[in-house]
Design a protein around this ligand. Structure first.
Ligand SMILES: NC(=O)c1ccc[n+]([C@@H]2O[C@H](COP(=O)([O-])OP(=O)(O)OC[C@H]3O[C@@H](n4cnc5c(N)ncnc54)[C@H](O)[C@@H]3O)[C@@H](O)[C@H]2O)c1
Length: 261
């Protein structure tokens, strides 16, 4: 049964909302009447987007559990409700198994544990009232892999894993959990991935507004996976049914990137 979210007057928190996909979602939700709380590490960016969409800025670190408690309390205390929490902030940590420990740690904190802290803060009131929505911005890298970026691939898999666990655990209690898994999206993060990112993702990259439109539509269907690049569903099915063939194809792609590097 769909529990389509009525955005008019809904209160929505978007972490990492000062840029890219988060800012595009904030604009799309606000266009439909939502009051958006813009979180970002960058206070200037958070205030800028909040001003643009008539929302509220709440700058800080979405991976800090105490801060996230305050963010959720702000929505309930100052705006009276919280209907949708978009755990969107992420870091694009590149590298192999030799990536510095600090990079692995940052990726775990922002790409995974931030979602756990958000769930811990948001769920008690939602479970009491019997409804609430949680959107995790993972990545196609969380269903497949991202060559050149071990910390990113591993932590995005964990982000999808946590979202699956939440959906399986709380669906019957009125909690709708969804995982957004795009491939390349033209944002500052994609630009920062350099020539490898551009080679792997650039050609099929889409705009953040298009992603936001897909999210908006998915708030009506409640589908768990939101795939703005539909071909990701085929790759994901291939990975499940023919893991050796799929990994062989990924390794051939890796070899191609080594030749062109
Ligand atoms: N751009 C892509 O190609 C792509 C593809 C798949 C998934 N994603 C995911 O989409 C999400 C948004 O990325 P984007 O492409 O819009 O990037 P972006 O760089 O445009 O925006 C990310 C924002 O998150 C903020 N941020 C980073 N760490 C934070 C923290 N700890 N607390 C609060 N804010 C923080 C940054 O300041 C930035 O404003 C990320 O989770 C990313 O992994 C991006």
């Amino acid at each position: 049964m769909s529990t389509a979210l009525e955005l008019r007057d809904a209160v929505v928190v978007v972490t990492g909302g000062g840029s890219g996909i988060g800012a595009a979602m904030a604009r799309r939700f606000a266009a439909d009447g939502a009051v958006v709380v813009l979180n970002d590490l960058d206070p200037v960016a958070a205030h800028h987007v909040a001003h643009e969409v008539g929302g509220r800025a709440f700058a800080g670190d979405a991976a800090d559990p105490e801060f996230v408690e305050r963010l959720v309390s702000f929505a309930w205390g100052s705006l009276g409700r919280l209907d949708l929490f978009c755990a969107n902030a992420g870091v694009p940590t590149a590298g192999t198994e030799t990536a510095p420990a600090a990079d692995w740690d940052l990726a775990w904190r922002v790409n995974v544990l931030a979602h756990v802290h958000a769930a811990k803060a948001a769920l008690p009131r939602w479970l009491d009232r019997g409804h609430g929505r949680f959107l995790v911005t993972a990545s196609a890298a969380g269903l497949l892999t991202m060559l050149g970026s071990a910390p990113y691939s591993v932590t995005k898999h964990a982000a999808v894993g946590f979202a699956e666990w939440m959906r399986a655990t709380y669906a019957h209690r009125g909690i709708v959990v969804q995982a957004l898994c795009p491939q390349g999206v033209r944002t500052p993060m994609l630009s920062g991935t350099g020539t490898l990112g551009a080679a792997l993702l650039g050609r099929d990259a889409i705009g953040a507004d298009e992603v936001a439109e897909r999210v908006f539509a998915a708030l009506r269907t409640d589908d768990f996976l939101i795939l703005p690049h539909p071909e990701v569903a085929d790759y994901y099915a291939r990975r499940a049914t023919d893991p050796d063939g799929w990994l062989g194809a990924m390794n051939r792609l890796q070899q191609k990137t080594e030749v062109t590097a």
